[in-house]
Design a protein around this ligand. Structure first.
Ligand SMILES: [Ca+2]
Ligand SMILES: [Ca+2]
Ligand SMILES: [Ca+2]
Length: 329
C-alpha cells in the first residue's frame, strides 16, 4: 500500500476522505475497490449583510481505477525430495490489486543451473482448497493456463505437476519457475490500460508490474541397487575344489545406495546347470526361509531357482541371500 500511496499521492488523499466518509469498503492490499465512485462537493459559508449564507461547489466525481498487481510464492517448505517419476510443486498466487482479476500462469522447468529439467505434466488449481493435490478433484487447467478470477486480496493454490527424468542422479537439484501475469496486461508500473478496469475505469499496472514469479525446488532422491554374488566351495575331502559332490554356497548381496528407497525389490537366481539345490538352505540375512511358497519371503526349487522378496528397502541397507547347491556326481 505504501508504494501505491507514493505513486498515487493525489488520489490517496481523495481516497482517505472517501474512507472517512464510509464511501467504500476498502480492500486490504490496494485500498478502495476499483470502480468505486468517489464524490466530493465543497461548501463555503459566509455572512452577507449580516445574513449567514452558504454556497456549494460543483460536485467532483472520481472513479477509482483498477490497480493490477500479483504475487507468487512457493508453498513448499524446502526442496521437494523426490524419486524419478511424478512429483508436485505447490505455489500460491495472490491478487493484491483492488479489482477482480485472473492471472495467466507459465511454468518454466528450464531454469539456468539445473542439474536436470523436469517435464511439466500439467498445472492445476486446488479446487477444494485443502492445499493438497488430488487427481480427479483438483482442476487441471487446459488451454491458456489461467487462474479463476480472484477478488481483491484473494489467493489460490496452484499445483505444478512434473515428471522427474530417469537421468536425474541422486542429490541432483532442479528449479521450476512459476510466473503469473495479470490477464488484463502487465508492464512498467503506471502503465494504463484505458477502460479495461473494473466498472469501466482504467486498469493501471501497480508496483509489482502485474507480473510475478517464484521458484520451487526439487531434489532427486534416487536409490540404486548393486548385486554382488560370490561362491564358497567345500569338497568331500575337506578342501575347496569344485569337484562332483562338492557343495557350493552362493551369497547374493543386494546393496541399496543413494537416498530414498527402492520398492518391490526381489532377488532371483537360477540353480546352475550341473548342480542341484540343497533343500532348506535358502536364507536371508542368516535367517532361514522355507523352500515352499508360503508366508515367508522366499521360495526355492531346482526347477524355478530361488526367489526372495525384499519389498521396500531403504538406501544404506545391505541384504544378503544365501543358498547351497551340490555339484552333480
Ligand atoms: Ca480486472
Ligand atoms: Ca486439493
Ligand atoms: Ca518360503
Amino acid at each position: 500500500m505504501t508504494n501505491h500511496a507514493r505513486q498515487y499521492g493525489p488520489l490517496a488523499s481523495i481516497i482517505a476522505t472517501a474512507l472517512l466518509a464510509g464511501a467504500a469498503t476498502p480492500a486490504l492490499a490496494a485500498g478502495v475497490t476499483a470502480g468505486t465512485l468517489i464524490e466530493n462537493t465543497a461548501t463555503a459559508s459566509f455572512d452577507e449583510a449580516g445574513t449567514p449564507r452558504s454556497v456549494d461547489s460543483n460536485r467532483v466525481t472520481v472513479r477509482v481505477d483498477e490497480l493490477l498487481d500479483v504475487t507468487v510464492t512457493s508453498l513448499d517448505t524446502g526442496p521437494i525430495s523426490t524419486t524419478r517419476g511424478n512429483a508436485v510443486l505447490t505455489f500460491e498466487v495472490t491478487n493484491p490489486g483492488n479489482g477482480p482479476e485472473a492471472f495467466l500462469l507459465t511454468a518454466d522447468p528450464a531454469v539456468a543451473g539445473n542439474d536436470f529439467d523436469v517435464t511439466v505434466r500439467g498445472v492445476a488449481i486446488d479446487s477444494d482448497g485443502n492445499g493438497v493435490y488430488e487427481e480427479g478433484i483438483d482442476q487441471v487447467l487446459t488451454g491458456p493456463l489461467t487462474t479463476p478470477v480472484l477478488a481483491p486480496d484473494a489467493r489460490v493454490t496452484v499445483f505444478v505437476l512434473v515428471t522427474v527424468p530417469d537421468t536425474a542422479a541422486d542429490g541432483d537439484t532442479s528449479n521450476l519457475q512459476l510466473t503469473a501475469a495479470a490477464a488484463t496486461g502487465n508492464g512498467t508500473p503506471g502503465t494504463v490500460f484505458a477502460g479495461e478496469g473494473e466498472g469501466g475505469g482504467d486498469a493501471v499496472v501497480g508496483s509489482t508490474g502485474a507480473l510475478a514469479d517464484a521458484r520451487g525446488t526439487l531434489s532427486s532422491a534416487v536409490a540404486s541397487v548393486q548385486l554382488v554374488k560370490s561362491v564358497a566351495l567345500r569338497d568331500p575331502f575337506g578342501g575347496t575344489s569344485a569337484v562332483p559332490g562338492a557343495t557350493a554356497t552362493f551369497t547374493i548381496e543386494a546393496r541399496v545406495s543413494g537416498s530414498g528407497n527402492v520398492a518391490n525389490l526381489i532377488v532371483t537366481d537360477a540353480i546352475p546347470a550341473g548342480t542341484t539345490y540343497v533343500p532348506d538352505t535358502l536364507a536371508l540375512d542368516a535367517g532361514t526361509l522355507t523352500d515352499a511358497a508360503d508366508t515367508d519371503a522366499g521360495t526355492a526349487s531346482d526347477a524355478s531357482g530361488i526367489s526372495v522378496t525384499l519389498g521396500s528397502v531403504p538406501a544404506g541397507t545391505n541384504r544378503s541371500v544365501t543358498f547351497d547347491v551340490t555339484i552333480d556326481q
